[in-house]
Design a protein around this ligand. Structure first.
Ligand SMILES: Nc1nc2c(ncn2[C@@H]2O[C@H](COP(=O)(O)OP(=O)(O)OP(=O)(O)O)[C@@H](O)[C@H]2O)c(=O)[nH]1
Ligand SMILES: [Mg+2]
Length: 341
């Protein structure tokens, strides 16, 4: 499943309606006083979480969110009608940034909250408000207040359970494809995956979501390659599955592991507090004794880095060898160790 995970929008709340200038006109009352009512309030722009949404795709053709203006006041002290608020539905986990300052405005993670993004302007005052002992017939009214305007950027961080981490070409998308119904693009060149893919794994009586993100390389946490943009996608996954590629001719698996862990730590040290699984991928390309040797190298590297993964296993995403075992381990851990084999 591909998903658009970003949207840029101009948001404009409604302006308040103007107050009115009016005087009472009734038979036998020659000089009726001022009776111009206030203007109505402009519509707010409110964001709400819709649990049925999981993409920002509905914003694809949308650039503006504009709420209506309040109505002008009128005679007989009638206040203009308030404009309806514009309610915008977003998936859980949508983060709203101020597009200019890049500051987070809201993190929409609660279904029961109204996130007020732009407030409608208050209505202006009608002339009846300006009556005083010295001015019995004011002609003055004020315009409504302008509504808030803001440029925002929406970002949806995937709420997957497991984030796949690995060098380009490590076989992340192949793995996702073999264990879920997702159909990610696979290629024997780096950076085949340009946007995150999500897939749902069903095992035992449970299911969980795996996020396949573009490959990470050294310097990813500082913006080299595509990594930085996508590290955020795994910042909310509970588990990390690191795929190592024994066929990478430039970096040995222990180098891949060291670089990946280092990039994760540099981006956000709390990433390493997640449950970590390590898979030596492409097992089909290795002889049995080579696998054992690589696994013992991995153990030493992990010990030297003081990292303690929940499991280290050799798999092949390509042939499916040991993938069910790996998923089973993850599922059991998620279910609190209650799963069966
Ligand atoms: N022999 C073998 N080849 C594999 C395996 N998994 C993936 N490959 C091959 O490795 C290459 C890269 O696979 P992808 O799944 O596109 O790798 P990726 O990690 O998603 O790559 P990026 O999206 O570029 O980061 C492809 O040619 C795959 O056929 C495996 O288990 N065994
Ligand atoms: Mg890929």
């Amino acid at each position: 499943m591909n998903f658009i995970d970003e949207a840029l929008l101009e948001v404009r709340a409604g302006n308040g309606g103007a107050g009115s200038t009016s005087f009472r006109r009734e038979k036998f009352i020659p000089r009726g006083g001022p009776d111009g009512g206030d203007g109505g309030k402009g519509g707010d722009i409110i964001f709400r979480v819709d649990p049925n949404l999981n993409t920002l795709v509905h914003f694809r053709n949308q650039k503006y969110l504009i709420a209506k203006n309040g109505k002008t006041g009128s005679g007989k002290k009638k206040t203009g009608q308030d404009a309806d608020d514009l309610v915008v539905l977003v998936p859980k986990g949508t983060i709203i940034f101020d597009a200019l300052s890049e500051k987070i405005v809201y993190d929409c993670c609660d279904e029961d909250v109204d996130y007020l993004v732009a407030k409608g302007g208050e209505g202006g005052a009608g002339n009846c408000r300006f009556k005083s002992s010295t001015n019995q017939a004011p002609r003055r009214h004020t315009p409504g207040w302008p509504g808030d305007e803001i440029s925002i950027r929406l970002e949806l961080r995937s709420l997957a359970d497991v984030g796949l981490v690995g060098f380009p070409n490590a076989g992340k998308s192949t793995f996702l494809k073999s264990v879920s119904a997702a159909q990610p693009k696979i290629g024997d060149y780096p950076f085949t995956t340009l946007r995150p893919n999500l897939g749902t794994v069903q095992i035992y009586d449970t299911s969980f979501i795996i996020a396949d993100i573009p490959g990470l390389i050294e310097g990813a946490s500082e913006g080299i390659g595509l990594g930085l943009d996508f590290l955020k996608h795994i910042s909310r996954t509970g588990h990390l599955l690191i795929l190592l590629d024994p066929q990478n001719t430039e970096s040995l698996i222990e180098q891949q592991l060291t670089i990946l862990l280092n990039e994760l730590r540099t981006y956000d040290p709390s990433l390493l507090e997640k449950t970590i699984w390590i898979a030596l991928n492409k097992k089909d390309t290795l002889a049995e004794d080579a696998i054992l040797e690589l696994q013992s190298t991995l153990k030493k590297t992990l010990a030297s880095l003081d990292i303690h993964p929940k499991g280290v296993i050799a798999i092949s995403g390509f042939t499916g060898d040991q993938t069910s075992e790996l998923l089973g381990m993850i599922a059991r851990e998620m279910m609190g160790g209650e799963g069966e084999d």
